[in-house]
Design a protein around this ligand. Sequence first.
Ligand code: C2O
Ligand code: CU
Ligand code: CU
Length: 523
Amino acid sequence: MALTPFLDPLHIPRVLRPKKRSKDVTYYEVKMEEFFHQFHSELPETKVWGYEGQIPGPTIEVEQRECVHVKWMNNLPDEHLLPVDPSLHSSGEHMPQVRTVVHLHGAEVEPDSDGYPDAWFTRDFGKCGPRFVQKVYKYPNNQRPATLWYHDHAVGITRLNVYAGLAGMYIIRNEQERALNLPSGRYEIPLVIQDRTFNDDGSLFYPSTVNVVDPPPNFPNPSITPGVAGDTIVVNGKAWPYLNVEQRRYRFRILNGSNERFYRLSLDSGQQFIQIGSDGGLLQKPVRLDELVIAPAERIDCVVDFTNQPVSTKIVLKNTATTPFDFGAPPDPETTGLVMEFRVVERTGSDTSSVPQFLSTIKRFDEGDASRIRDITLDVTTDMYNRLLFLLNNRDFMDGITENPIVGDVEIWRIINPGLGVHPIHIHQIQFQILDRIPFDTDVFNLTGQLRFTGEPEPPQANERGWKDTVQAPPGFVTRIIMRFGPYSGRYVYHCHILEHEDHDMMRPFDVVPRRWVRVKKI
Ligand code: C2O
Ligand code: CU
Ligand code: CU
């Protein structure tokens, strides 16, 4: 079924109102519900799961250092909307099929508020996972202003819960950033880009099995697949929407909220994007780019200047990224190659916004700051059912802790990708910096485990020199990142953000260890 592109206007998620606000705490309640949502006016309504009855969820806007408490409430039915694979880590028969836990991606929060995959809960907190601690999550917002997002993170079914609709934006602001006079208000717009496939009746399609060689008789049904990309591009819950833009500058906070799909975005007017921020907040300087390559979970904060575009010009935001990235099939120029359309209209009032040449100070880590280097290999193997299985350091989610950085310590992690595709690797609690990417001989590595570098380290792209929480780790390269762990100690996860990889089984727990405790043990 072909949907007419650019038929429906872009929807802008509404900003969530707090339940209570005192001088110390802002308190929100957010319900997860099942409801019907229309993704396109030619498509029947779709049964979805979302926060507060919206796709994407309402945007949560907070001030830096504002103490925010959120009670995330599960009002979902007992049966899942999408095919649940019973074989995945702890999603067996004894587990409630519908379980949820919310993670605020990119946020510096205590472990008990981080949305650990085993901290899930069912409707009305009827059943709770082994790591469930509290109903109300605390967000201190003690970090740089940034574009974060919240999404479900329940063990074994994150891919399904997010695909069903459980995702929304979370924006931290402060006075300093407001003083920069970037486009704001109606001219600052979040763009949550996702892909979906719809059945003819409008229902969500998510594949329920996968073809493997010699499937054993006990092959799981339904079964996970190595990645799911939809044939329809959805922005803020509408398929291929359009947006009327005045002849002025706009700030777009772009999130790739897709399960597997990367996007290589460009404007068919030949205009450039002026990137001003990355995952963890503003860059030091704006960077002009013809194309933006954005992996699942990454955010790009950018300005597009429509000032000199004639009225009624139509500008298409296009996508040219292959799926799987970057070795799979190119997008269909008529469907997945299109994202949305901007229609230029006359300006109302004058545009007094600006894009200053200096945005914020980014103090770069020095390699010498690091007290430890760890290697993280991205492995491809097969599981007991002959299905493709992705792992980190050849361990699965249930294996014991191997990474235990000390609070306050700086570490370098070398992410070694000897495989085929690009994996977006995400670490909880902290923001990191990218040091470089060093090419290496994957054949030698796969045979002997030895790292033989084949070229000079490639420095990060200009738009990657800010704070990041998710990094593209391309095949044939060792991607080196550097970060300071803390301030909180406790159990977190790091994982690939291709959600089918994360669920099977490219996610690992890690412990941030209090320094005091380590000292005592050493004596
Ligand atoms: Cu956006 Cu651990 O996730
Ligand atoms: Cu995260
Ligand atoms: Cu991956």
